[in-house]
Design a protein around this ligand. Structure first.
Ligand SMILES: [Zn+2]
Length: 125
């Protein structure tokens, strides 16, 4: 059984915008970081990250902190889930993630219960 998200088209569009804005803000920070050595604008940077295959791009991504890189990846995964109509569902229990949580963290992949469980596990290690 495939669970589909029950978000309306309009809601999905809003979350997509939130995700893209966040992505853009991480990347624009990155292009500022590189501005001294390389002439690169936000659109070029976005394009590079989307292609994320070349060595150059990998080097480029090294300008990000680990958490920013992680966030960028989570944003991309969330965008992918939006495309497949699976956005807003917890990856562990497949229940819907509350809209309030998604508004605060649009790239959230887990519901609060599963997130807490996961964090509890990694703390216990
Ligand atoms: Zn869950």
């Amino acid at each position: 059984m495939t669970v589909k998200t029950r978000l309306t088209k309009k809601e999905k569009e809003e979350f997509r915008k939130l995700l893209l804005e966040r992505k853009k803000s991480i990347i624009s920070k990155l292009s500022r970081y590189y501005a001294e050595s390389k002439e690169i604008d936000t659109d070029t940077a976005l394009d590079l990250v989307d292609k994320a295959e070349t060595t150059y791009t990998r080097d480029f991504l090294l300008g990000l902190t680990d958490s920013e890189r992680e966030q960028l990846e989570m944003i991309d995964q969330a965008l992918e889930r939006l495309k497949k109509d699976e956005y807003g569902l917890c990856l562990i229990c497949h229940k819907e993630i509350s809209k309030k949580r998604l508004q605060a963290i649009p790239w959230a992949a887990y519901c609060i219960e599963c997130q807490e469980k996961k964090e509890g596990e990694s703390r216990g290690r």
